[in-house]
Design a protein around this ligand. Structure first.
Ligand code: ADP
Length: 603
């Protein structure tokens, strides 16, 4: 039996004894009744004391569990369970004040079985709740129907409310809501003691609720920020996947629509620094409608975003300009039949900033491509034009040397040698430049076939052998007897080998050693050219294979060369499907190696 019921029974007993006492009874019976009454009131006091202590213990228990969770739903459930447990109310409600609108939101409701209440059961006295929130003091009524404060209130009458108790939820001196409990059928359920208890509990509950609200808000804000950052990083990836302007405009438009609730979207570029009316490009998909001139005129030169609210039949437009070095270079424009939300506007502004960078990158890339193409064209024309006079100079020099125009003196022969050497240098330069320009323009025409690598090695050595002999350099070859078959353009393999062996010859002092080795390796053919020459410093090794790189060393500068050979070599190997690399130690020597595929498939 509950304490409350026990006391009620004791009260009934007391009343019965009182009415008995009023009758004429023998003196010892009267004495017994008197004794019984005093024992009864002693018993009642002890039960009430127990009840008070029991409720304090309950308050302590439920308060302890509060605040363990920071999940708002969990906290509200705990609060409602505790309220029902502490007050024995038939129903309990929790109302929170909406900070922005000041509206009262009924956020949780329980009945005595601690079950969530359905919407239709939520007929409470909102007047009582509002007055508690406004005054900041709790209210208790034993019978609302007879209480002059509440008896004429519509909700009290309609819902036949009798016992009502309501306490404010106060956190950091602010009322954030109220706890309301009632009993519709019975009067006299709640006492001032109950209200004190509810007030005490409400103070703790308010802190727990506010903490959970704060945590939820921070958590949600953080979650939203993380999602947005993920989206923006995805946009960055997509925008920078290709450095093509049309692609950038298309991706920007797609995201403008995908990331907002906009109905239509445009991305426009301004082609004139002083005017935004000249649009050079608008990326539209499907049947995106034409933009009205007045919208385009709204693109602000001062890079400020602009919102045109919807009017009559005209939808609302939002313009997020994107800029470079403080100047508007284009804009994202979206429209919506009604309105474009503040968060959508923010998203579009962030997207515009990213689009600006991507547009600039794409433009720079296009400019570089254009310049590169112009350079390649120029080189191709120049090399072509130079080749003809050079061939003629070489031809006539050879004829003079052969004595066709008469006997030549030693000095004349010396001069002819100088001319011959310089023509040779120029011919090398022209050949390298024309290769580079052809490779860059994708015009190089390779004729790969199955070759025997030993053949190309021997061919190269036969044309360079006399040079090596002049410098008394020792030539070693390590070639297997079994033919090493590779799939490559034979003349280009000779060109590669000539470059590597010439370098070994040029950058190895007299009396040094040069060795060539070829062997199968991992399904490919590997060729190594090793010298005991000057080697390459660690710092200069990083620059090797870049166009026009030549070491600062005096030995290198003494030799003729343009710093193009290795760059061409690497590109040729690359095109033929092989790899190239080197090992070098300053003052000790270098090994340059390259691989070739063995068949068209392994290329
Ligand atoms: P070039 O020989 O005409 O200068 P390359 O592109 O063939 O041009 O070589 C670039 C530079 O790499 C050379 O100038 C030289 O500094 C360095 N180099 C190339 N091969 C060797 C080598 N075998 N030993 C030392 N340095 C070398």
């Amino acid at each position: 039996m509950k304490k409350e019921q026990q006391i009620n029974t004791l009260n009934e007993l007391e009343q019965a004894l009182n009415s008995l006492e009023k009758q004429t009874l023998p003196i010892d019976t009267r004495g017994a009744i008197h004794n019984a009454k005093s024992r009864l009131s002693q018993f009642k006091r002890s039960i009430e004391q127990d009840a008070g202590q029991g409720r304090l213990a309950a308050l302590y228990r439920v308060s302890q569990s509060l605040g363990v969770s920071l999940n708002l739903d969990d906290v509200l459930t705990q609060v409602m369970d505790a309220v029902i447990q502490l007050t024995n109310a038939e129903r309990g409600f929790l109302t929170l004040v909406d900070k922005d609108s000041s509206n009262l939101n009924l956020v949780a409701a329980r009945n005595i079985q601690q079950e969530n209440l359905q919407r239709e059961d939520m007929n409470v006295s909102r007047t009582v709740i509002r007055s508690v929130i406004e005054s900041g003091s709790g209210v208790v009524t034993t019978d609302a129907q007879d209480d002059p404060r509440f008896s004429d209130q519509e909700s009290v009458i309609i819902n036949a409310l009798r016992s009502i108790m309501c306490a404010p939820l106060r956190a950091r001196r602010q009322i954030i809501g109220a706890i309301y409990v009632d009993n519709r059928a019975r009067s006299g359920i709640f006492t001032q003691d109950d209200l004190d208890l509810l007030n005490t509990f409400a103070t703790q509950a308010a802190v727990a609720i506010e903490n959970a609200q704060l945590y939820t808000r921070t958590d949600q804000a953080l979650g939203a920020r993380v999602t947005e950052l993920e989206t923006l990083s995805l946009i960055d990836q997509e925008l920078n996947a290709q450095l093509d302007l049309d692609h950038v405009l298309l991706i920007t438009r797609q995201w403008a629509l995908k990331g907002t609730k906009a109905a239509e979207g445009w991305v426009v570029l301004c082609n004139d620094e002083d005017s935004v009316t000249n649009l050079v490009s608008a990326s539209q998909e499907g049947d995106a409608a034409e933009l009205d001139d007045w919208v385009i005129a709204g693109i602000s030169l001062d890079t400020a975003p602009k919102l045109f609210p919807a009017k009559d039949d005209t939808p609302s437009y939002f313009i997020a300009p994107f800029s470079h070095t403080g100047k508007t270079i284009g804009a994202i424009i979206v429209s919506h039949p009604e309105t474009i939300s503040a968060s959508d506007q923010q998203f579009l502004e962030r997207l515009a900033a990213r689009a600006a960078a991507a547009v600039e990158n794409a433009r720079l890339y296009a400019a570089i491509e254009f310049a590169n193409e112009a350079k390649s064209q120029f080189v191709s024309i120049v090399t072509h034009e130079l080749r003809i006079p050079l061939t003629s100079i070489k031809g006539y020099t050879d004829l003079i040397r052969q004595g066709i125009v008469g006997e030549t003196t030693d000095q004349q022969n010396e001069f002819l040698d100088v001319i011959g050497n310089n023509v040779g240098r120029m011919a090398d330069l022209i050949s390298d430049l024309s290769d580079i320009s052809r490779i860059e323009r994708g015009n190089i025409n390779l004729k790969p076939e199955i070759i025997t690598v030993q053949t190309q090695v021997l061919e190269t050595l036969s044309s360079l052998r006399h040079k090596l002999e002049e410098k008394s350099q020792n030539l070693l070859t390590d070639l297997p007897n079994k033919p090493l078959e590779a799939y490559a353009d034979p003349s280009r393999v000779v060109q590669v080998l000539t470059n590597l062996v010439s370098n070994a010859w040029k950058y190895t002092p007299e009396g040094g050693e040069i060795s060539i080795r070829a062997y199968p390796n991992n399904g490919q053919i590997c060729v190594e050219v090793t010298d005991t020459g000057i080697g390459i410093s660690k710092e200069e090794q990083t620059k090797l294979f870049t166009q026009f790189f030549r070491s600062e060393s005096a030995v290198v500068r003494e030799q003729s060369g343009w710093g193009l050979g290795l760059s061409v070599t690497r590109r040729l190997i690359d095109i033929m499907g092989g790899e190239i690399g080197f090992n070098s130690k300053l003052d000790k020597g270098s090994t340059f190696w390259f691989t070739l595929p063995t068949s068209a498939k392994s290329q």
